[in-house]
Design a protein around this ligand. Structure first.
Ligand SMILES: Cc1cc2nc3c(=O)[nH]c(=O)nc-3n(C[C@H](O)[C@H](O)[C@H](O)COP(=O)(O)OP(=O)(O)OC[C@H]3O[C@@H](n4cnc5c(N)ncnc54)[C@H](O)[C@@H]3O)c2cc1C
Length: 457
């Protein structure tokens, strides 16, 4: 497909009928749909470069969002955006990640300090309502116009340098902007991917999640208190994320067919699911569930294209795979910042435009690709074995830890060791052919698409 082909960019047929006539028409240099981590990061950078940037966000911050565990690779991004101190004040320090197998009680802790690059030893666990608000307010402080409570309903591509974006405010008012350049940071709503029909389900992965917050969960001591713990169980895996205010976020990421078993209320189903994983249930024995339980189909997808002649896709608006490695916020911020840089080059240096767009495309695809190899295999017994008994032969453990830390964009020379780790995985899989075959068959059955998806409690 020719990526700059304007014929791909026709106004949506689906939306205009539902959009009331425009009351206000404003102009800006860049418009960002969505004020999550991707959109706010892009807006901060663009505003700092002096652009008139508008962020249109359908919700009002602070608003709830799932995705509370950050990676060490987030830290330089927070510094660059000027929010490191504020995030430190709300964050729970996260120095490591633990993996627990409930079948044989095996347990392995990884410390980020042992990754290849020792300069990024920690990250944070955050409440996303607080974290996202810090980022969006920073964008406003740097000069971006942040329009909250306004849902973008329609995007029309009027020409190579003219995009018309129509939003509807909470009170029913309609507002329209014209901009030469659009950044889609609408998250899993995938506004442009849906309008342009470029969004594709990932045939290699499929999962759903149930989650809630507990008070009184049993935590680790000292530095390990903020570790994320991943528990494997028969139907997927759990996260255990301790937050700074004393609550703990617990979520089950399960095969979609498992959710179909739910007969009663989602809260009871969640608690019954936790009971299937004794080591986690034990940590929650004296804990109280203090939030509503949410359920979401986080089926995995990506869009065919990351950019067009006057738009760029960032974060979840381009792709979402699975939360197991807590990579979503880092990838969103990284791509948002790259989108700002790319949009700037497109505006100021037309000769570099094509190269900048190709670089952006490579970068936005690179992150999900690195994580997906592990995500597709993380419930496989061979991968479990490697995670639970890591060895640093030929620096393989350090390279693996660098991936877990999100260090996949810098020049850290992890790639040869990572290839060796993958080779080792295939060798062990071949040596255990029967087990591998059974695991492949069961995975194929587990990721099958269910006709009806659960979306809320
Ligand atoms: C169950 C689950 C657990 C997860 N756990 C983690 C984790 O531990 N760590 C991690 O890093 N990631 C995690 N993630 C992924 C993480 O939540 C996302 O990758 C991240 O939020 C993506 O950021 P974003 O800015 O691209 O999108 P979002 O954060 O979703 O922001 C998009 C914004 O766009 C707004 N919007 C959408 N449509 C419109 C519209 N039409 N008009 C105006 N505004 C609009 C939305 O209101 C939202 O504020 C998890 C995801 C799931 C599903």
């Amino acid at each position: 497909m020719k990526l700059d082909d304007e014929s791909q960019l026709q106004p949506s047929k689906a939306h205009p009928a539902t959009v009331p006539p425009a009351a206000v028409l404003s102009a800006c240099d860049m418009l960002v749909i969505g004020g999550g981590p991707a959109g706010a990061s892009a807006a901060i950078m663009l505003a700092e470069k002096g652009y008139r940037v508008v962020v249109v966000e359908k919700a009002r911050h602070p608003r709830f969002h799932i995705g509370e565990s950050l990676l060490p690779a987030n830290m330089p991004l927070l510094e660059r955006l000027g929010v490191a101190e504020k995030v430190r004040a709300i964050g729970m320090q996260k120095w490591g990640a633990e993996f627990v197998s409930h079948w044989d009680g095996r347990h392995q802790e990884f410390q980020f300090a042992n990754a290849w690059d020792k300069s990024l030893p920690m990250a944070y666990q955050v409440r996303r309502s607080e974290f996202d608000e810090i980022l969006i307010r920073r964008a406003a402080d740097r000069g971006a116009t942040v329009v909250e409570g306004c849902r973008v309903r329609n995007v029309e591509f009027l020409g190579p340098d003219r995009v018309r974006v129509t939003g509807v405010h909470d009170d029913g008012r309609t507002e329209t902007w014209e901009t030469p350049q659009l950044i889609d940071a609408s998250g899993r709503d995938t506004f442009l991917g849906t309008q342009l029909q470029t969004k594709r389900r990932n045939k290699r992965h499929n999962s759903a999640a149930l989650y809630g917050h507990f008070s009184g969960a049993r935590r680790n001591c000292g530095r390990q208190e903020g570790n994320i713990t991943i528990y494997w169980f028969d139907y997927g895996w759990f996260w255990f994320i301790p937050l700074a205010d004393g609550t703990t976020s617990v979520g089950a990421v399960v095969w979609p067919h498992y959710l179909k078993r739910r007969a009663g209320p989602v809260r009871e189903f969640f608690l019954a699911t936790i009971a299937l994983c004794p080591p986690l249930a034990e940590r929650l024995r004296d804990a109280e569930l203090v939030s509503e339980v949410e359920a979401t189909g986080n089926y995995s997808y990506s869009c065919d294209r990351t950019y067009g002649s006057n738009f760029l896709l960032t974060g979840d608006a381009f792709a979402f795979i699975d939360p197991v490695f807590s990579s979503g916020v880092m990838l969103a911020m990284n791509s948002g910042m790259a989108a700002a840089e790319t949009a700037h080059i497109c505006r100021t240096d037309p000769k570099q435009r094509a190269r900048a767009l190709q670089r952006f495309d490579r970068l936005v695809r690179h992150g999900p690709k690195q994580f997906s190899w592990f995500i597709y295999r993380v419930t496989n017994p061979t991968m479990r074995e490697l995670f639970l008994g890591p060895r640093n032969i030929l620096r393989m453990e350090e390279a693996l830890l660098s991936v877990l830390a999100g260090d996949v964009f810098k020049n850290t020379p992890i790639w040869t060791s990572l290839r060796l780790f993958k080779l080792l995985y295939y060798v062990i899989s071949l040596a255990n052919l029967k087990r591998t075959w059974r695991a492949l068959k069961s995975r194929a059955a587990n990721i099958r698409v269910e006709p009806k998806r659960l979306t809320s409690g």
